[in-house]
Design a protein around this ligand. Structure first.
Ligand SMILES: NC(=O)c1ccc[n+]([C@@H]2O[C@H](COP(=O)([O-])OP(=O)(O)OC[C@H]3O[C@@H](n4cnc5c(N)ncnc54)[C@H](OP(=O)(O)O)[C@@H]3O)[C@@H](O)[C@H]2O)c1
Length: 256
């Protein structure tokens, strides 16, 4: 197998949550380009259908939508069951869907319970539930790769993001625990994008330059989803066969 062959995902089945736009869309497109069957997950049906159509247009393997709110336990159970019914296997799970709790204008002491509940449900419980359902099958099957999309806000405080940051921090620690306990058959890694925005991200600040955050980024600009997806392909594929429990920063040089 050549080094480039190690990046291929032919015959593999991947689930990508939050796949209808931005980072999750681009990860789905990249996995499809590498030969994977991709189950693309999001809530808004028309947007998801259009995203699936775009990815499927050039894909060799099936690209299918699954409409679900990953914050709802029954939905993730149904997602996992459907994946195994339809394809018999899941090799890659990307927990990419994220929630901010809408706290952009709130100070740390003013965040309501609802924001904590939403961020924990989507950013922590959903990845855990999916990892539990799919990781168990991976361990008794052919193994696999789980990728959790975290954030610089989970490593260092950023303004108005206490709930989001705390949940991403929890997701990072969960990644390390799962990596320690699921090795060697299942690798579990985190991917931490810096500021990535193509104009539609739900977290988008009023100032699309990201104010001080771009100034804190050595690359001096926001990133593009196409600059994040190749890192997910590395973590998903045999190319990263000795990498587990790691966080891969794709953050334009920000230390976290
Ligand atoms: N963009 C950044 O600068 C940045 C930086 C660091 C980390 N991240 C992380 O990277 C990930 C992707 O960010 P993004 O900016 O690409 O997000 P985004 O543009 O807001 O897109 C989020 C995607 O997730 C789906 N989604 C949201 N909540 C969901 C739910 N409860 N169940 C199922 N799907 C859901 C959305 O579709 P529906 O709304 O239709 O469900 C959409 O497809 C997130 O985990 C985020 O925290 C992003």
């Amino acid at each position: 197998m050549t080094t480039m062959d190690k990046f291929r995902l032919d015959g593999k089945v991947a689930i990508v949550t939050g796949a209808s736009r931005n980072i999750g869309f681009e990860i789905s497109r990249t996995f499809a380009e590498a030969g994977a069957t991709v189950i693309m997950v999001a809530r808004d049906e028309p947007l998801l259908a259009s995203a699936v159509e775009q990815v499927a247009a050039t894909a060799a393997a099936p690209i299918v939508p699954f409409r679900a709110d990953v914050g709802v336990p029954e939905s993730v159970a149904s997602l996992a069951a459907t994946a195994y019914e339809q394809f018999g296997r899941v090799d890659v799970l990307v927990n990419n869907a994220g929630a901010t709790g809408g706290t952009h204008k709130l100070n740390a002491l003013d965040v309501p319970d609802a924001a904590w509940e939403e961020t924990f449900a989507v950013n922590v419980l959903a990845p855990y539930r999916l990892s539990r359902l799919i990781g168990r099958r991976m361990i008794v099957g052919d193994g696999g790769s789980i990728i959790n999309v975290v954030s610089p806000s989970g490593f260092i405080p950023t303004p108005h993001m206490i709930a989001y940051g705390a949940t991403k921090s929890a997701l990072w620690m969960m990644t390390r625990y799962l990596a320690a306990e699921c090795a060697p058959k299942v690798r579990v890694n985190a991917l931490s994008p810096g500021m990535v925005w193509n104009g539609t991200a739900s977290w988008a600040p009023d100032d699309p330059t990201g104010g001080g955050l771009v100034a804190m980024t050595p690359m001096g600009r926001m990133g593009d989803p196409t600059e994040v997806a190749p890192a997910a392909l590395y973590l998903a594929s045999e190319a990263s066969s000795y990498t587990t429990g790691a966080v891969l920063m794709v953050s334009g040089g920000r230390p976290w």
